[in-house]
Ligand binder design. Structure first.
Ligand SMILES: Cc1cc2nc3c(=O)[nH]c(=O)nc-3n(C[C@H](O)[C@H](O)[C@H](O)COP(=O)(O)OP(=O)(O)OC[C@H]3O[C@@H](n4cnc5c(N)ncnc54)[C@H](O)[C@@H]3O)c2cc1C
Length: 409
């Protein structure tokens, strides 16, 4: 084993280099170490998990699929249902399994995931940034890293690109998997509430936001992440959010913008299903590979699960055994990722249709997201929803047999 020494510390040569210590990277580093590969995970952040760029809500359904337990000290709120506020007109409370969740402190959760990777045997270096790579044909021959301020060159046999939506590795390899059109611009404030807030995630779909949505994600009775994800809106995110909160009849009931505990800003890829991309000896996962549930941008657990698969197959590749990342991903996550992509495509279609006004786009989006109508026959519900949305939704819910409640807003 070669050692790369420098003034600031010491980094060991590795079989698998994982770039990025978000959920995808930590899942990958743990799986790679458990598969017996000498694994190193690096992150450019000085502290893993900080700053937070996320609503911090996790669907409990996918946690079960991951086989992982979220530590109690990371959970700040539990939600038995999600409330959809459609066009400021009707609300749907959906308590189907997918729409139950918990809010975590990602500063604690991400560090816990990285700890698990370290506990499984991976080496971890924060404050270590991938700067560039040297190629040998299709594969990466060596990686140049800035490690606590000094430059270090490593030659891993396989690399996991878990370096997020603006991935350095995808740029270096000229393998950009999605365009900026497929990226939602997010901004949120963690706010102190004026009164007790409902203990559910609230999703706001309305013409004032367009394609994309607003949210309130509780972090306790009087604290929440309040934000918007914007698609195709170029306005300043921060002023858009301030105006939205203060001008919204429901949101402003609970929040002013004078008690901001934290500002969280970031981009979320929502390209639809891209599979498990591999270029030479580099396996891409998480946001770097657009592995979110594209209709809502949920990415924490999908990234962790897909990252774990990438790590396992990177270890195999480094051991000269050949990898089946794409196939494994299709077996384990294609159902969720493809459903998310289908719903996302339908929402894009709705919000670009000239035949619908903003009110109808909002109501139909709610019907589609709650799977009360299928993308193919949603237009059959158009006139009923237009005339009397409350009773139309009641009928659709009864027909579906799902556990949901609808009310006037
Ligand atoms: C505003 C917003 C709200 C969101 N809310 C939710 C939510 O409530 N629930 C949910 O499930 N998902 C949510 N998401 C999506 C979720 O945050 C991401 O899908 C998830 O974090 C992806 O994990 P990842 O590990 O792929 O990437 P990241 O978490 O982005 O981690 C990538 C890591 O790579 C590091 N890195 C980047 N470049 C380099 C480099 N050159 N060298 C070394 N390190 C590097 C970064 O520092 C970072 O730590 C939200 C996203 C946004 C933008």
């Amino acid at each position: 084993m070669t050692l790369a020494r420098n003034g600031a510390g010491e980094m060991k040569e590795c079989d698998v280099l994982v770039v990025g210590a978000g959920p995808a990277g930590s899942g990958a580093a743990r799986a790679s170490a458990l598969a017996g590969a000498r694994t190193l995970m690096v992150d450019k952040k000085k502290e893993i998990g900080t700053p937070v760029q996320c609503g911090e809500v996790i669907g409990t359904d996918l946690v079960k699929r991951s086989g992982m337990r979220i530590p109690e000290n990371a959970i700040v709120s539990r939600q038995g249902f999600t409330r959809f506020v459609l066009g400021r007109e009707v609300t749907i409370d959906n308590s189907e399994p997918y729409w139950r969740g918990v809010t975590v402190e990602r500063k604690i959760f991400d560090k816990y995931l990285a700890f698990r990777a370290g506990f499984a045997g991976a080496a971890i270096q924060a404050d270590t940034k991938l700067l560039s790579v040297k190629m040998d044909g299709d594969s990466v021959k060596s990686c140049l890293l800035s490690h606590q301020g000094d430059e270090v060159e490593l030659s891993p046999k396989a690399i996991v690109a878990a370096d997020g939506v603006h991935s350095t590795l995808s740029k270096e390899l000229k393998a950009e998997f999605f365009s900026t059109r497929d990226v939602a611009r997010g901004v949120e404030f963690e706010l102190v509430a004026k009164r007790d807030i409902p203990q559910c995630m609230q999703i706001f779909i309305e013409p004032e936001i367009g394609l994309g949505y607003g949210w309130i994600i509780p972090k306790g009775k009087r604290r929440a992440n309040v934000g918007v994800g914007l698609v195709g809106v170029n306005a300043s995110r921060r002023s858009f959010l301030e105006d939205w909160i203060t001008g919204h009849p429901v949101v402003s009931r609970y929040f002013d913008v004078d008690k901001v505990l934290e500002v969280k800003m970031g981009d979320a890829p929502v390209p639809g299903f891209l599979g498990g991309p591999v270029r030479g000896n580099v396996l891409f996962c998480g946001d770097a590979a657009g592995q979110t549930l594209a209709f809502v941008g949920e990415g924490i657990m999908p990234s962790y699960i897909c990252g774990s698969l990438a790590g396992k197959h990177a270890a195999l590749l480094s051991q000269g055994k050949g990898q089946r990342y794409e196939e494994d991903l299709v077996d384990n996550m294609a159902d969720q990722l493809m459903m998310g992509a289908l719903l996302r495509d339908t929402l894009v279609e709705l919000w670009s249709s000239d035949d619908l006004d903003g009110r109808m786009r909002s109501l139909l989006s709610g019907a589609v997201m709650n799977e009360l109508v299928s993308p193919d026959d949603m237009m059959h519900s158009l006139s009923a929803l237009e005339k009397d949305p409350l009773n139309a939704f009641k009928g659709l819910i009864k027909h579906s047999g799902r556990s949901m409640k609808v009310k006037r807003c």
